[in-house]
Ligand binder design. Structure first.
Ligand code: ATP
Ligand code: MG
Length: 720
């Protein structure tokens, strides 16, 4: 048993690993070794002869975590762990349904539908039912069906309320279920729901698995949803042993139906459960841990945990204020480059942010300084679906022969150009040896299509022509993209998608406008069409580069949500600003703020050695310029733990800060980044300047959180 390295556990961890209690809850803060305990416990159970690999079922939050855990257990046991079931809830449900398709009332070759397939089906049903009222949107229906399934509710159990809206949703859900059943399609939520019903409807099968499995273990229990919990509870019943590990302070998927109350539910449902609390953190320095503790202390209703470390204080946290988002990104890229040059492996460096769209500026700075990076659990900016769609519109506007772009966006957002039309255009293009665009013109001229299809296609052709004449008349790249985003219907389309995903897509599309605004071509161009062509070809190149470099050791970029469970020596948290983080959608809602704060706690606790927080005093994001104040989560960290980095004098001026303004400001003895006092507004920092001469205006971010644009000549700002 020496190989199990039990001596490397502290007494509480040891207790948890070797507990013989039937039901065990390990409730502990970040980095206290929960995942390690779970892994060792599996090893111990097997080595002690209390379980065989065949009788253990372990649930992790991602497939990657499952693979890692399996490898670790094999290391501990010094043997292959054949028969061991480790996976995510979805993965395990899929495995069960495949094995027992008959009992699950599915065809043997049932197919898993992704979210796009699901949406297409919902649209088909809405059309088939002739629902034209725009209160019913496909995206919302999709969201509704998902939420029902997460709570374990089939259409027949949705309450018929007499309310038209609710009853229509119910009717669509009912039809959706019928079609899925007929065609053997299963969406993600259905996997879980079906797996639960598999237990309920097949007592012999359930009995079989209750016999087979003796021990069930679940990591990241705080993010489990109702249907997952129900599935577990039925399986475990009174017979099996259940170990769960989790941290209520890291529950960050409330918007996806996860319920932290399930931790409390566990104590009720499995009475007599042993609870072990781990209080020593092995991951982070004292400074990082104290910062995390101070932030999360502002939440209420916590189960309450104390976390300490006997690690050194370590370096203080660093706080860097960029003039703007570019300066912030440049600082981060510089620092990463410095770390790598000093011998740190890029894989030990992570850059975390709240929203996907933030990555664009950061990626550009990294590319510029040739710092290799990869986006963990996500797609690089220019490879994202909505960005490729927008770029495809622009390409088609520039070049009607671009068949790939035409195929891509002809029916995006959906405008009634169906597969049949697609097919006939393809055939026509092939027969005539012409482009799809020309085929479309031919088809329209020859009345070769059914009326509805012809109308839809005609509208599309007109849309592109109209974009061409409008967009080419503009000389600002940002405005061009703004026009295409809006008139293509893409913004409106993604706005209707509920939840994080839709929001992220809209944010990304708006962020493309910012990218265009700050695009400076190094090549010559004569017309706005040429400038646009340069911009989009560079954008596509960016996307191509990404593929090639996948395998070299890279720094990790990811959203805070994807960072759960991971750790890195050096962590950068970018965009620590109100409205970004906490996200502006959650600011009005106290529950929302608490979830954002848990996300901050997750972010801070990813760092082992050094944590750097950055923000931008002015930021162009989603196409417009904003002045956000410093995030409350930074303000919640005690001053003594944070060092403010002041690099002002060495940082170059923001790109949009011309010589004229610079001279005007400097003539008055002031400079960008300088601290100043105003008679009425108090003290603040100059963040930008515009205009020139007597018309020069300066942007000042005052310490009370307000941002003002003042006439330099009259403001009478005093350096402090
Ligand atoms: P999170 O809440 O972020 O998921 P966790 O509680 O699962 O964190 P682990 O990832 O298991 O924590 O452990 C954090 C780090 O501490 C890991 O690098 C792990 O190897 C190390 N660690 C845990 N326990 C010990 C110990 N007793 N001695 C030395 N290192 C330990
Ligand atoms: Mg963990």
């Amino acid at each position: 048993m020496n190989s199990l390295q039990l001596e490397k556990l502290n007494p509480q961890q040891h207790t948890a690993v070797t507990s013989e209690a039937q039901h065990l809850l390990v409730l502990a803060g970040a980095g206290s070794g929960k995942t390690r305990v779970l892994t060792h416990r599996i090893g111990w159970l097997i080595a002690a002869g209390l379980a065989s690999p065949y009788s253990v079922l372990a649930v992790t939050f991602t497939n990657k975590a499952a693979r890692e855990m399996k490898g670790r257990i094999e290391e501990l046991l010094e043997a292959p762990s054949q028969g061991l079931w480790i996976g995510t809830f979805h993965g395990l449900a899929h495995r069960l349904l495949k094995a027992h398709w008959q009992q699950a009332k599915l065809p043997q070759n049932f197919q898993v539908m992704d979210s796009d397939d699901q949406l297409r089906l919902v649209k088909r049903i809405i059309a088939e039912m002739n629902i034209t009222d725009d209160r019913i949107q496909a995206k919302q229906v999709q969201w509704f069906i998902g939420a029902q399934k997460d709570e374990g509710r089939r259409a027949q159990y949705v309450v018929a309320s007499g309310d038209w809206y609710q009853d229509t949703l119910k009717a669509i859900y009912t039809r959706y279920e019928e079609i899925c059943q007929q065609s053997g399609l299963v969406d993600f939520g259905e996997l879980l729901l079906r797996a639960h019903e598999l237990w309920l409807n097949n007592p012999e099968l359930l009995a079989h698995y209750k016999q087979r499995f003796t021990h069930v273990l679940v990591d990241e229990f705080q993010d489990i949803n109702d249907i997952q919990y129900a599935w577990l509870r039925v399986l475990v019943g009174n017979e099996l042993s259940l170990t769960i590990v989790g941290d209520d302070d890291q529950s960050i998927y409330g918007w996806r139906g996860a319920k932290v109350e399930n931790i409390q539910g566990f104590e009720l449902d499995f009475s007599g459960a042993q609870t072990v609390r781990l209080e020593q953190n092995y991951r982070s320095t004292a400074n990082i841990l104290n910062a995390a503790n101070a932030v999360i202390a502002n939440n209420n209703g916590r189960l309450g945990k104390d976390l300490w470390t006997d690690d050194d204080e370590g370096a203080p946290l660093r706080l860097y204020a960029g003039f703007n988002e570019q300066d912030e990104a440049r600082y981060i890229a510089d620092e990463m480059k410095r770390l790598i040059a000093a011998g740190t492996s890029p894989t030990e460096i992570a850059l975390l942010y709240r929203s996907n769209a933030q990555s664009r500026v950061l990626e550009e700075a990294l590319i510029h300084l040739q710092v290799p990076y990869r986006i963990y659990g996500g797609v690089r900016f220019y490879e994202r679906m909505e960005i490729r769609n927008a770029v495809a519109y622009l390409r088609l506007v520039l070049n009607r022969q671009d068949d790939a772009s035409m195929e891509r966006i002809m029916n995006v957002p959906p405008r009634g150009i169906g597969n049949k039309t697609f097919e006939s255009l393809r055939v026509m293009a092939r027969d005539q040896g012409c482009s799809l665009w020309q085929a479309a013109q031919l088809a329209l001229a020859n009345n070769a299509l059914a009326k509805r299809a012809a109308n839809a296609l005609q509208a599309f052709v007109e849309l592109i022509e109209q974009m061409d004449s409008k967009v080419m008349g503009l000389d600002d790249l940002g405005e061009m993209i703004d026009y295409v985003n809006k008139h293509s219907g893409m913004i409106e389309y993604h706005e209707k998608e509920k939840g994080e995903k839709g929001r992220a897509r809209v944010e990304n599309l708006n962020e493309l406008i910012t990218a265009a605004q700050s695009y400076n071509s190094e090549l010559d161009y004569d017309s706005s069409a040429e400038l646009l062509a340069l911009f989009i070809s560079e954008a596509s190149l960016d996307a191509g580069d990404a593929q090639a470099e996948e395998h070299e050791p890279s720094v990790n970029l990811m959203t805070l949500h994807s960072a759960k469970g991971l750790e890195f020596e050096y962590v950068f948290l970018a965009g620590m600003e109100e409205n970004l983080f906490p996200h502006k959608m959650s600011i009005a809602d106290p529950g929302g703020i608490q979830e954002e704060r848990r996300l901050a706690y997750v972010g801070i606790t990813r760092a082992r050695k050094e944590l750097t927080l950055t923000y931008a005093e002015s930021r162009r994001l989603y196409g417009s310029e904003t002045f956000n104040s410093l995030s409350r989560f930074v303000r919640e960290i005690p001053d003594g733990l944070v060092n403010e980095v002041r690099l002002r004098s060495t940082v170059s001026r923001p790109a949009n800060f011309g010589l004229q303004q610079q001279m005007a400001v400097e003539d008055s003895g002031l400079s960008i980044g300088q601290r100043v006092a105003h008679a009425m507004f108090g003290e603040g920092t100059i963040t930008n300047a515009e205009g020139g001469g007597a018309q020069t205006r300066v942007h000042v971010a005052f310490d009370d959180g307000t941002e003002r644009v003042l006439m330099l000549q009259y403001a009478n700002l005093q350096p402090v």
